[in-house]
Design a protein around this ligand. Structure first.
Ligand code: ATP
Length: 274
């Protein structure tokens, strides 16, 4: 995901088209005086074959953006496309099918079915859709994620990191056009988290997938190609080839602004700021 300029980012391979696009994307919750403008006329291009992270302070609209791009939530105004398909305006049934066939999801809670083994969990969305998995692709995903010797295990027999890898394989299994990951490392210790980030990176680099990840963790964002920073429902900044340090520094600037807006009138700003 990026503003159009970021498609020409130096140091990145040429962009291979746009996996998803939003124009004037606006989402308001509630009505009248209690209206919350979660997204305020956002324009974004999710660049195909890239790993994009979405960051920003709590309440800045990260999850709302992801949900609107993925067709999980309706928009108040604006348009969203997945590839060439405009999804705004699609009926619920069409949206459900589009999500099922063209988008992969990874959530913080892995959402694995406890009574199914790893392989059954991985292929479940395709089984529900009545699609036969592409065996070669599935083998590649399973081997890339190092799950070959865990396929007959149930979730309770797997570590947290392994469970998240199964969730990752499930998101990749149908070779979706776009994978959305919402805090995929949130419930993992740092080693398992790093592993999952490494696999998402490999999904992009080796399998050519497109990943959009919402995260609070600068270290996680550092695995992406591009970080989009949301503030008050708008994309306020973007960073290519991020490092944990540069992302952390950028996030600190939100704290300074927040600190200022919480200061009583007339009080001095934070030290070092004029
Ligand atoms: N269902 C809802 N009803 C009313 N307001 C909502 C709803 N969902 C989100 N909001 C509001 O919209 C704004 C953006 O929320 P969102 O969850 O997208 O932020 P976020 O950046 O993902 O936050 P966090 O980092 O805390 O998860 C917030 O002010 C939130 O309170």
């Amino acid at each position: 995901m990026s503003t159009p300029a970021a498609q020409h980012a130096p140091g990145l391979a040429p962009a291979d088209g746009v996996a998803a696009r939003a124009r004037g994307l606006t989402k308001a919750y509630g009505s009248g005086e209690t209206t919350v403008l979660a997204l305020d006329s956002v324009d974004v291009d999710v660049v195909r074959g890239r790993f994009t992270a979405v960051m920003g302070p709590s309440g800045s609209g990260k999850s709302t953006l992801m949900h609107c791009l993925a067709g999980l939530d309706t928009v108040s105004a604006g348009q969203v496309w997945l590839g060439d398909t405009e999804i705004t305006g699609l009926k619920d049934r069409e949206l459900t099918r589009l999500r099922r066939d063209r988008i992969g999801f990874m959530f913080q809670s892995f959402n694995l079915i406890p009574t199914l083994n790893a392989l059954e969990n991985i292929t479940l969305p395709m089984d529900i859709a009545g699609h036969k998995p592409d065996g070669k692709w599935l083998d590649r995903v399973i081997d890339t994620l190092g799950l070959r010797d865990r396929l007959r295990h149930r979730p309770s027999q797997l570590s947290g990191g392994q469970q998240q890898r199964v969730a990752c394989a499930r998101a990749l299994a149908s070779r979706p056009e776009l994978i959305f990951a919402d805090e995929p490392t949130g419930n993992l210790d740092s080693r398992a988290g790093l592993e999952v980030l490494g696999f998402l990176r490999e999904a992009v680099d080796r399998l050519g997938q497109t990943v959009v990840m919402v995260t609070h963790d600068p270290g996680a964002a550092a695995h992406s190609d591009l970080v989009l920073f949301l503030g008050d429902g708008r994309i306020v900044d973007e960073m290519r080839q991020p490092t944990a340090e540069t992302v952390l520094e950028r996030m600190k600037r939100f704290d300074v602004i927040r600190g200022r807006s919480e200061d009583p009138p007339g009080s001095p700003g934070p030290p070092g700021e004029s």
